[in-house]
Design a protein around this ligand. Structure first.
Ligand code: NZQ
Ligand code: ZN
Length: 389
């Protein structure tokens, strides 16, 4: 294994009823809570009433910050930071998915920083001295794992850049995770989030080292769990076992644990983020289009791991195939799964209809140093073109 330092300071409260049981206690030390959420799903499924009821009963002053969009923008971050300063907020409570959690992390930092936060944090990642506002989150959809990391993926619309990084100071102080809160997630979003989980694990699994390491073993178990439980949740969206497994798979995928000792790739994420910056496409859906095509490009460069993937994740037995044939069968099993769960397989289905944009988007993608084969912008354009229709 490669050398590493591990830390994760987020305290997790997991399971049905956890918000009712613990929220009041977790906000005890603050007076003014910024209650942040997205486009309103929490008003339809009862979560809004539950959370405001608890905060009111605890005597908190509530400042609402709503309308956080999927793929949160830098403009929305600035709006939140200005509100937090004006209202002297002393804690942010983000209730939602990755977009709400990421926006809240960004607000928590921007509200406490006097310089140009885009330039000093997202554009030129370095160490920021400001201590972010305390942040707690209540997760309503499984996918990003944002609840237990320091990632704040933000879209700068003017600069046409969507980016983020794992900054430990941005880990939420606490995460409340009630799997029943995810029952109301529409199937399309549930499978998109499910594929995002799988993607985080694959992006880590398909990278050096290939020698025996416990992270790869954990990841194989996690990938099997995501596939099995996603199928079960599609059959029955109120299957508590499936929803709770998916919720914890999601955290495990992005709480740094499986990345220990691994180089990590994340080239597909780099490509998807720029597609998102230009077209505002859905994150998990974009990944579903890209992954099989990207892996058809690189599987020969990471052959032993792709063979393991076919055998240990998809259960494909060797029956006289060469390593290359077996590895490719694993990639095709992944492509079949994308179709089975109803995710898009082309950029056109994703809503990217203008082929002439692809060159500029490809050129804007960051190049990963952890890929089994380092991409060029030319090859990224090839991948986009193969994905197009
Ligand atoms: O906005 P509302 O009305 O709440 O609706 C949301 C939104 O439309 C809906 N939803 C969430 N919980 C629901 C629900 N609908 C019904 N019932 C519920 N319980 O789901 C839609 C999508 O929400 P969003 O938060 O955008 O989804 P997701 O969790 O997939 O987050 C995506 C964002 O996270 C970033 C992505 O790039 C994207 O911007 N990522 C963050 C990462 C991180 N911080 O570690 C890593 C990821 O790789 C990713 O880049
Ligand atoms: Zn992701």
């Amino acid at each position: 294994m490669n050398n590493f330092i591990f830390e994760n300071r987020t305290k997790v409260y997991f399971g049905e009823g956890c918000v009712k049981e613990y929220l009041a206690c977790l906000v005890k030390s603050c007076e003014t809570v910024m209650f942040a959420y997205g486009g309103g799903s929490i008003k339809k499924n009862g979560v809004y009433d539950e959370v405001t009821g608890i905060l009111q009963k605890a005597g908190k002053r509530i400042v609402e910050f709503s309308g956080i969009m999927a793929n949160p923008t830098y403009a929305k971050v600035q709006e939140g930071a200005a509100l937090a300063r004006k209202e002297s907020v002393d804690m942010i409570l983000g209730v939602g998915g990755g977009s709400v959690m990421d926006c809240c992390k960004a607000v928590s930092l921007a509200a406490r920083y006097d310089g140009d936060i885009w330039e000093d944090f997202w554009a030129r990642p370095g160490v920021i001295e400001a201590e972010p506002l305390p942040l707690g989150v209540i997760v309503t959809v499984a996918g990003t794992g944002s609840e237990c990391n320091g990632g704040a993926v933000i879209t700068n619309e003017q600069k046409k850049v969507k980016t983020g990084r794992d900054y430990p100071k941005l880990n939420p102080r606490f995460a409340l995770m009630d799997p029943t809160y995810t029952y109301s997630v529409p199937v399309r979003q549930m499978v998109s989030g499910g594929f995002d989980i799988l993607s985080h694990i694959m992006e880590t699994y398909f990278s050096e080292p290939n020698t025996d390491n416990v992270s790869d073993d954990i990841m194989e178990a996690l990938m099997r769990s995501v596939i099995r439980n996603l199928r079960a949740a599609i059959q029955n969206p109120r299957d508590y076992t499936a929803r709770s497994n998916l919720m914890w798979d999601s955290t495990m995928g992005e709480n740094r644990l499986i990345k220990m000792g691994k180089k990590c790739d994340f080239q597909c994420h780099n490509m998807e983020h720029q597609l998102g910056a230009y077209t505002d496409c859905n994150h998990g859906c974009g990944l579903a289009v890209l992954h099989p095509v990207y892996y058809r490009h690189i599987y020969k460069d990471g052959l032993p791991k792709f063979v393991r993937f076919a055998q240990n994740v998809w259960g494909i037995a060797r029956r006289g195939q060469t390593d290359e044939e077996l590895a490719l069968a694993g990639v095709e099993a992944l492509a079949d799964f994308v179709q089975e769960i109803g995710l898009p397989t082309t950029l056109q289905e994703l809503g990217v209809t203008d082929r002439t944009m692809l060159r500029e988007i490809a050129d804007s993608c960051a190049i990963s140093a952890g890929s089994y084969r380092k991409m060029s912008h030319e090859e990224i354009l090839e991948i986009f073109s193969e994905c197009f229709a």
